[in-house]
Design a protein. Structure first.
Length: 327
């Protein structure tokens, strides 16, 4: 299994965000230190400053040559189908096919759903319908968009390769959506054991449907420390429990902090649980330095795999072309 290590960009969250952040410089730094991808969350509005996800990723793509750019995850239900497809297609065109399309339904909380005119209870259905029409829209075929009146049809050009689709979420519905539409499942806030259980269920659903088993990925909230003996995971757990309302014990179990070696050891647990893609979400305001330390942990992890005789070589970051990934 090839292991792909990426990082969340320090925007669209209330940790480390500043109005004058240089997204291009941060993305370029991630590429320079050897990370395979950069990602951003997606909101219309939230309890903290947010930027448009497509413009953030376009900025990152323009400043880099190799690194892939990912929605982690996009909430297409907030948008008209044709406009969402146009954003994705334009980014895929401008980036040279480097898009990783994480898709989720969101929590349904907050004002953004009302502002967009979308009842939260419809977000799952709208997401599924979008995923059904997206391949035709990006391929430049005349397509009936199901969220427009009277079955309106549209043809979008230029045509672009379908990006890899990664489905976010941890519920059964997300796993079924992955099997139906995704190249991979992008989980978050799960322990290695929970991830392995989800991956096993995903394999069962794929076998039932007679389709190839999707890949498994994980977003991990992480802070790497340069001071020996320092483990900042408790602060991350406090944040996760407060921001996402999860149980404090679960938050402590999924928060990742420590030295590069300690982080590499924990990432090995996720890789052994089936994760081929790991997205590290930096915790703190020093994101560029965290990227340096992420790269150190990545090197330790890959060196360990190579020493074990068949471990997990790095993804080369090349676009996957016509493949089938909070925030």
């Amino acid at each position: 299994m090839r292991l792909h290590i990426g990082a969340q960009l320090p925007v669209n969250s209330d940790r480390g965000y500043s109005d004058d952040i240089d997204i291009a410089r941060v993305a370029r730094h991630a590429e320079e230190v050897g990370l395979e991808s950069v990602w951003t969350g997606d909101h219309l509005s939230a309890g903290f400053p947010v930027l448009d996800s497509s413009l953030v990723l376009a900025t990152a793509a323009a400043a880099t040559r190799r690194i892939r750019v990912g929605y982690g995850v996009m909430l297409p239900a907030l948008r008209p189908q044709a406009w969402a497809a146009k954003q994705i297609g334009t980014l895929q065109h401008l980036s040279g096919g480097r898009v990783l399309l994480g898709v989720g339904v969101g929590s349904g909380a907050g004002e953004e759903w009302a502002v967009a005119g979308v009842p939260p209870k419809e977000r799952g259905r709208r997401t599924d319908r979008f995923l059904q029409v997206l391949p035709d829209l990006l391929a430049g075929r005349p397509t009936t968009v199901t969220d427009a009146p009277q079955g309106a049809r549209v043809t979008l050009t230029p045509r672009v390769p379908m990006p890899e689709v990664w489905i976010g979420g941890g519920a059964e519905a997300a796993l079924r959506r992955t099997v139906a539409h995704g190249r991979g499942w992008l989980a978050a806030m799960k322990t290695p054991g929970q991830l392995a259980a989800g991956a096993a269920r995903l394999a069962d659903l794929a076998a039932e449907g007679g389709v190839p088993e999707p890949r498994t990925g994980i977003l991990v909230y992480t802070r790497v420390s340069e001071r020996p003996g320092t483990n900042p995971s408790a602060k991350i757990a406090d944040y996760l429990a407060t921001a996402y309302g999860i149980d404090r014990e679960q938050a402590a179990a999924v928060a990742l902090g420590g030295s590069p070696q300690q982080v590499a050891e924990r990432l090995r647990e996720y890789a052994d649980a089936g994760a081929g893609t790991i997205v590290l979400v930096p915790f703190g305001t020093d994101s560029r330095r965290q990227y340096d330390l992420f790269a150190q942990a990545r090197s330790l992890l890959l060196d360990e795999g190579a020493a074990a005789g068949g471990g997990a070589p790095a993804d080369d970051g090349a676009p996957a072309g016509d493949g089938a990934p909070a925030r």
